[in-house]
Design a protein around this ligand. Structure first.
Ligand SMILES: [Zn+2]
Ligand SMILES: [Zn+2]
Length: 271
């Protein structure tokens, strides 16, 4: 409530609204698929996911849970006689280089986790929610199962602790990654010129959502989160043509539940 009632630049509620409206305006004035409705298929479902994942889960529930988990984890480490697992202390570094290192390390870890979400069957059952988008638009960015928050944050926690990062004060970084993520899913034809080899972009990410992957990449292509460079280095980049009108989703998407609760409960059901 505090976040909503006391707007400021350091405020996640308004951050998400401002970035969403900004990218939405870009979609309206600069559409890639000109026939796609502004309120595309799945828009309101995604709007709900956005609210649920970003606020209810990430900011309230997960923060409360993770404080408990962080405490439990450090208690466990001190029981094992490990008081401090910081391997590199970067607090003395210039702030911009702390940000840069944090950004690159976190992005690479998430790239690996994203591949696992595609290759490990039970993880894929959760990640399918994100791939159930059939018409791409910025709000599809936050259509994902809440289990992904747990999986990504857990995978990030230990390595980032080892380089001595604080968990707070990365607001600007967070804003930047949300902006890139929104743009990756937006109906805009941007590639950022030569920067496409560094940053993920809508033209690259649409292939990640392709209904059919090429036979030599059957688990997927273009796994990048904010950076595309990992896909170029590790040869998982795939851009055969513009990809503007390709079919999105996965096989049998016709039988996938269309509702929020249907999708959230699906991975826990045996049938
Ligand atoms: Zn994916
Ligand atoms: Zn995506």
């Amino acid at each position: 409530m505090g976040e909503i009632l006391h707007p400021s630049w350091h405020n996640y509620f308004y951050l998400l609204i401002v970035l969403s409206l900004g990218v939405w305006v870009l979609e309206i004035i600069w559409p890639w698929r000109k026939n796609q409705p502004i309120l595309r298929k799945g828009f309101w479902l995604d709007a709900f996911y956005m609210f649920f994942n970003f606020f209810v889960f990430s900011l309230i529930l997960y923060n409360a849970l993770s404080n408990v988990a962080v405490q439990a984890f450090s208690d466990l480490l001190s029981l094992a006689g490990l008081k401090n697992i910081v391997a590199i202390e970067i607090n003395g570094w210039p702030i911009w280089s702390q940000f840069a290192l944090m950004f690159v390390v976190a992005d690479f870890i998430q790239w690996i986790v994203h591949i696992l979400l595609h290759r490990v069957n039970w993880l894929w059952q959760f990640h399918k929610v994100h791939h159930s988008v059939e018409e791409m638009g910025f709000a599809a960015h936050l259509r994902y199962h809440w289990m992904e928050t747990i999986i990504y944050k857990t995978a990030l926690y230990i390595p980032l602790t080892m380089i001595g990062f604080g968990v707070d004060d990365f607001f600007i970084l967070h804003a930047f990654t949300i902006l890139i993520g929104h743009l990756n899913h937006a109906n805009v034809p941007f590639t950022y010129g030569p920067l496409k080899f560094l940053f993920n972009n809508p033209v690259m990410h649409i292939w990640h959502h392709a209904k059919k992957y090429p036979s030599n990449h059957k688990f997927g292509v273009n796994f990048g989160i904010s950076l595309s460079i990992w896909d170029y280095i590790f040869r998982t980049a795939y851009l055969p043509n513009s990809g503007r009108d390709i079919a999105l989703g996965f096989e049998d998407i016709e039988t996938y539940p269309p509702s929020f609760w249907g999708q959230v409960l699906k991975p826990f059901r045996t049938k």
